[in-house]
Design a protein around this ligand. Structure first.
Ligand SMILES: *Cc1c(COP(=O)(O)O)cnc(C)c1O
Length: 466
């Protein structure tokens, strides 16, 4: 019986696993990007119950390579161009190991002074990189989806402070565009605001929220005695990366007393490059803003940042302190458990701190700039090829395109590309039509990868046509 792992064994496997990771990252292009397995295939090859007696690491690791790995879709592959292309950069991977080793729980300052203080310092650095105002206070949670819940809950608490004790007392309505991420609706749903009270505002030709329609909707709700309380603008919509006119939305928000939440989960990162700062124009008026370093800032999943101009309101929305969590320092410190739903919180700031220090702002800006440049190049090839058409403007590093043919052909093209294992792209539906999405965002992607993906797409289209 092993009652723990010995330091010698830990060291041996630590070295083997680091070697494995280094080899994996170096040769990752040898793997098919998309797992080529059928549903249930892996599960059927695993024992139905856990072992009664411990097993040797050798056996566990062998099964990882032989059974688990073939069912892995390689998100860390430089030709993962589906959804948003994200990356766990090497310094982030190393920091993750340290985070696990320390296993700190950042619920209170006292339980984790390093975690609490590093989180605040690192998020202030990131705030500066993004050009956001210095009154913005940041907190890390797992995902933009949970941070949307936090933002909408704070907005509701401001509009209806009775909510803490009595539950919601006002007929609240929330506004976002029809291209907003589903997490906004999900947030409104789980908070009990109700999907019927979410107004999905129409967009212009470029996919940006129409401010005239927003104001009309707010006025209609006021006339019908409802209480508009929150508007969520998006910087980089998930489908087509369109950028809502945040400054104009902010003035509507101000006029009608709405909380302005800016969802910049993906697009916000672009503001690290000086010439792209415009993507966050108007965000200085936000009451809250989300940016996901785990999307386009080379940080391993998961790390999402919520900034707010009203930390005190956020705290009053969520703070419930049972006796066992009271500490002598409470009046002098920030206890991050007070700023959201979870009590326990991982030491996520450490990986962002490693990454920001290792690369520095100039390199991060340069990588983002290249991604956008290559996406623009790809868009140029699509536009110049008579078989294809662009389906939406491509302001950042995502290109939406389609064959000039029916939805079925486009679906077959996407499947054919993904079945090669050489690249992985995804799709969306725009104006009722099936559209293929090509996203660039991985730290190790090269211009050669982008060319090779275009070639894969082009050859698959040839085969379909023939
Ligand atoms: C990806 C994305 C989200 C959701 O992010 P999670 O961190 O996975 O919850 C929300 N909003 C936008 C605009 C996104 O692109």
């Amino acid at each position: 019986m092993k009652l723990n792992m010995s330091p010698e064994e830990f060291r041996h496997w630590g070295h083997r696993i680091v070697d494995w990771i280094a080899h994996y990252l170096e040769h990752i292009r040898d793997y098919p990007v998309l797992a080529q397995v059928e549903p249930g295939e892996l599960a059927s090859r695993l024992p139905a119950a856990a072992p009664e007696e411990g097993e040797p690491m050798e056996a566990i690791f062998e099964d990882f390579e032989r059974r688990i790995l073939p069912a892995v879709t390689h998100w860390n592959h430089p030709r993962f161009h589906a959804y948003f292309s994200v990356s766990a950069s090497p310094p982030g991977i190393l920091a993750e190991a340290l985070i696990a080793a320390l296993n700190m729980n950042g619920m209170l300052w006292k339980t984790s002074p390093a975690s609490t203080e590093l989180e605040q310092v690192t998020l202030d650095w990131l705030r500066q990189w993004l050009g956001l105002p210095d009154r913005f206070f940041g907190v890390i949670h797992d995902t933009a989806s949970l941070n949307a819940v936090h933002a909408i809950a704070a907005a509701r608490f401001r509009a209806d402070p009775e909510v803490r004790r009595r539950g919601q007392t006002l007929p609240l309505t929330l506004y976002t565009s029809e291209l907003a991420h589903s997490s906004i609706e999900k947030g409104a749903m789980v908070l009990g605001i109700g999907l019927d009270n979410v107004r999905k505002i129409g967009v212009d030709e470029a996919g940006r929220m129409r401010v005239d329609l927003l104001e009309e909707a707010v006025r209609r709700d006021l006339a019908e005695r409802r209480t508009p309380f929150c508007v969520c603008a998006t910087v980089g919509t998930t489908g087509i990366t369109s950028i809502d006119p945040v400054a104009e939305i902010a003035s509507v928000a101000e006029r009608y007393g709405l909380w302005l939440h800016v969802d910049a989960a993906y697009g916000g990162a672009a503001a690290v490059a000086e010439e792209l700062r415009w993507v966050l124009a108007g965000a200085e008026h936000a009451d809250s803003l989300v940016v996901n370093p785990h999307k386009w800032l080379f940080t391993p999943l998961d790390l999402s940042v919520l900034y707010t101009a009203h930390p005190d309101l956020l705290r009053r929305t969520f703070s419930v302190v049972p006796e066992y969590l009271r500490t002598a320092e409470d009046s002098r410190v920030v206890n991050l458990m007070d700023y959201g739903v979870p009590l326990g919180r991982r030491f996520r700031a450490l990986k962002l701190w490693f990454i920001m220090r290792y690369f520095g702002r100039r390199a991060v800006a340069e990588i983002i700039r290249r991604h956008i440049g290559w996406a623009q190049e790809f868009a140029g090839w699509i536009a110049a090829d008579p078989r294809f058409e662009l389906a939406a403007p491509a302001p950042l590093s995502v290109v939406c395109f389609r064959l000039k043919s029916d939805d079925e052909d486009n679906r077959r093209l996407l499947e054919a590309v993904n079945a090669t294992g050489r690249a992985y792209l995804s799709h969306t539906v725009l104006k009722g039509r099936y559209v293929i999405r090509f996203a660039v965002g991985h730290i190790a992607t090269t211009e050669e990868d982008v060319r090779s993906t275009w070639q894969t797409v082009s050859e698959a289209a040839d085969r379909l046509g023939g």
